[in-house]
Design a protein around this ligand. Structure first.
Ligand code: F6R
Ligand code: MN
Length: 197
C-alpha cells in the first residue's frame, strides 16, 4: 500500500539530514579547505605553517539548482568547521563580502557553537553567537566569516542568491576589523589594533 505522504520522485532532488547537517543527492557539490589554502588568513602565520598543511579546517556542500550569476535564483549549502586552533585563533572560514553588495544571505546553525563575525564597509566589526537553532540574516553589504569556538564541529545551513558572487580579495588583503581569539580560555572578539597589546 502506498504511503499517504510519499513524495514525488525528483531526479535532481536533494535531501537534507537536519540532524547531522548533511546534503544527499547526485547534484550536491562539495569542497574542502585545508590549512595550506588559508595562507595569510590567521594572525599567527608561523603557527599555521608548522601545522600539517592537509588538516581540514572546513568543508562545504552545496546545491546550484540555477546557473551561477543568473538573477532571481537561490543556492543552498552547508558548512562544517572542524574544532581546532592556530595559536590562540579558532578555526574559521576565509570570509568574504558578496561581489554584489545588494545580495543578502541566511545562515542557520545545526550543531556546535561559534561566532558569526560581520564587518561593514567602514570596517566596523561585530559578532553574533551561533548555537543550534540560531538563525542569522546577513545584510548584503556586510562581510561574513564563521568561527568554531567549541570542541565539536560547527555546522550551519546557508541560503544565498545565485548572483551574490564572492569578493575574497578585500578580506585577503585587509582582513576583518577583529579576530576571535581564546583569551583566558574563552572566546573573545579582539579588535585587530589591540591584538598585540
Ligand atoms: C555563501 C556563503 C557560505 C560560505 C562558506 C565558506 O555566500 O557565505 O556558503 O561560502 O561558509 O566560507 P568562505 O566562502 O568564506 O570560504
Ligand atoms: Mn556569503
Amino acid at each position: 500500500m502506498a504511503m499517504p505522504f510519499e513524495l514525488p520522485h525528483q531526479a535532481d532532488g536533494v535531501t537534507l539530514d537536519w540532524q547531522t547537517g548533511t546534503m544527499i543527492g547526485a547534484a550536491v557539490q562539495q569542497s574542502r579547505k585545508p590549512l595550506k589554502d588559508l595562507a595569510g588568513i590567521f594572525r599567527d602565520e608561523a603557527r599555521r605553517k608548522q601545522a600539517d598543511p592537509d588538516t581540514t579546517v572546513y568543508q562545504v556542500q552545496w546545491w546550484e539548482p540555477a546557473a551561477t550569476g543568473s538573477e532571481g535564483g537561490l543556492f543552498w549549502g552547508v558548512t562544517t568547521i572542524f574544532p581546532g586552533r592556530v595559536g590562540e585563533e579558532y578555526f574559521m572560514t576565509h570570509g568574504h563580502f558578496h561581489a554584489n553588495r545588494t545580495r543578502a544571505e541566511y545562515y542557520g546553525t545545526v550543531q556546535g557553537e561559534g561566532m558569526l563575525v560581520l564587518m561593514n564597509a567602514n570596517r566596523q566589526t561585530w559578532s553574533e553567537r551561533m548555537v543550534p537553532g540560531s538563525l542569522h540574516y546577513i545584510d548584503g553589504r556586510n562581510a561574513h566569516r564563521t568561527v568554531n569556538t567549541g570542541d565539536t564541529p560547527l555546522i550551519f545551513w546557508a541560503c544565498w542568491p545565485t548572483d551574490a558572487g564572492y569578493d575574497y580579495t578585500t578580506i585577503r588583503e585587509k582582513g576583518f576589523g577583529a579576530r576571535v581569539l581564546s583569551v583566558n580560555g574563552k572566546p573573545a572578539l579582539v579588535p585587530s589594533h589591540a591584538e598585540n597589546l
